[in-house]
Design a protein around this ligand. Structure first.
Ligand code: NAP
Ligand code: MG
Length: 396
């Protein structure tokens, strides 16, 4: 390796898996260079969360990061870890600094069949991660009155729109987005489609929301025509826009193998549907892509707290490390591509194949054993599953 990967260590069971993956599957084969940041909650607390900011800055500097799952503190965690304050979600901080879009794709293996019969290839969900209902302002209306939307320009000019004349109690909600954020979202989606050579679908409710959703549609179309149409045509891939209802209906009959870009709320809901229909959150990769071409790879699941407490009590766990392994292979492949080191990409491809082959041969963790259609399955503990992948890798 020439440029280091930004390595963001994390919490609980995934922190345990992190070390096992490095020891068994990466360090024996790769002359690994990383710049290490410990995002474990104790260290975030010691550094007043500065380590999270530093790790995001390092990602902007080097271009590729691999991240372990981390605890997002709540009241219980403040007590459990004796925190100075309820630190913000590291993912939220990193996402805001990288101005990114999150892409999630399932890892398909034979024996774990998708709930939707027509799906043969992965469906990647791209979720806009800024604004709309996630940054809303709400009012509970107590009784009759007039609700208006008011925008005051810097020069004091007001624009007003009547929302509703309330005859009785009701509810109100104000949401927004920015052109800059929507443009970043669009470019991240187009770049990802070009990178992975897949078609891109984008859907909103523009027939009803003639200014709000329509602006999303227009921004995507403008950027496509001026910056991407040629590249898409050269690669033989397609961009199209359709209504969200139509997209939902089409997805159910599609074969997969495309990217489905969604506004923030649609992406939140649809990614849970797509991932559970494909089988398991532990078989879902996640990558944050910024419009400037910066990549952060992680697993889609959390720190698997329940398994960690069992581990602490000395009990055996059977935690699935596949998504975390694929976070490493994704990051190594991207580093190899950017630095023109084909051996890194070849290693990552081989490790992915070994991981899938291990499961397809019937050796897997408990979460997969519960849903597989394979017969004669051997359920392995967390450590043995990783060792079994190493054995498969050595024999390939
Ligand atoms: P979780 O870690 O995703 O686990 C929820 C449940 O899903 C587990 O208890 C387990 O079910 C199953 N599961 C998830 N990943 C698995 C794996 N790799 N192998 C086997 N089973 C797996 O979610 P959580 O327990 O709600 O959250 C724990 C912590 O993670 C929280 O502090 C949260 O803030 C954090 N979190 C972080 C991220 C991130 O950093 N990207 C994302 C989400 C949550 P069983 O117990 O039934 O076996
Ligand atoms: Mg959700």
């Amino acid at each position: 390796m020439t440029t280091p990967l930004v390595e963001m260590d994390g919490d609980e069971m995934t922190r345990i898996l992190w070390q096992m993956i490095k020891d068994e599957l990466i360090l024996p084969y790769v002359d690994l260079k990383t710049e290490y940041y410990d995002l474990g909650l104790a260290h975030r607390n010691e550094t007043d969360d500065q380590v999270t900011v530093d790790s995001a800055n390092a990602t902007l500097k080097y271009g590729v990061a691999v991240k372990c799952a981390t605890i997002t503190p709540n009241a219980a965690r403040v007590k459990e870890y004796g925190l100075k304050e309820m630190w913000k979600s590291p993912n939220g901080t990193i996402r805001a600094m990288l101005d990114g879009t999150v892409f999630r794709a399932p890892i398909l293996v034979k024996g774990i069949e998708p709930g939707v019969r027509s799906w043969e290839k992965p469906i990647t969900l791209a979720r806009h991660a800024y604004g709309d209902v996630y940054k809303n302002t709400e009012i509970k209306v107590a009784g009759p009155g007039r609700a208006e939307l008011v925008f005051t320009a810097e020069d004091g000019t007001e624009t007003r729109e009547l929302i509703h004349e309330f005859k009785g109690p009701g509810i109100l909600q104000g949401i927004h987005n920015t052109e800059k954020s929507i443009q970043s979202f669009a470019r991240a989606c187009f770049n990802y489609a070009v990178d992975t050579r897949q078609d891109l679908w984008f859907a909103t409710k523009d027939t009803i929301s003639k200014k709000y959703d329509h602006t999303f549609k227009d921004i995507f179309q403008d950027i496509y025509e001026t910056e991407y149409r040629e590249k898409f045509e050269d690669l033989g891939i397609e961009y199209f826009y359709t209504l969200i209802d139509d997209a939902v209906a089409r997805v159910m009959k599609a074969k997969g193998g495309f990217i489905w870009a969604c506004k923030n709320y649609d992406g939140d809901v649809m990614s849970d549907m797509v991932s559970s229909a494909f089988g398991s959150l532990a078989m879902m990769t996640s990558v944050l892509v910024s419009p400037s071409g910066v990549y952060e790879y992680e697993a889609a699941h959390g720190t698997v707290q329940r398994h960690y407490y069992k581990h602490l009590k000395g009990e055996e766990t059977s935690t699935n490390s596949v998504a975390t392994i694929f976070a490493w292979t994704g990051a190594l492949k991207k580093r190899g591509e950017l630095d023109a080191i084909p051996a890194l990409g070849e290693f990552a491809d081989r490790l992915e194949k070994a991981t899938i082959a291990t499961i397809e041969s019937g050796r897997m963790t408990k979460d997969l054993a519960l849903i597989t259609s394979l017969q004669d399955v051997k359920v392995l503990n967390s450590q043995d599953f990783i060792r079994e992948i190493r054995r498969t890798f050595e024999n390939m």
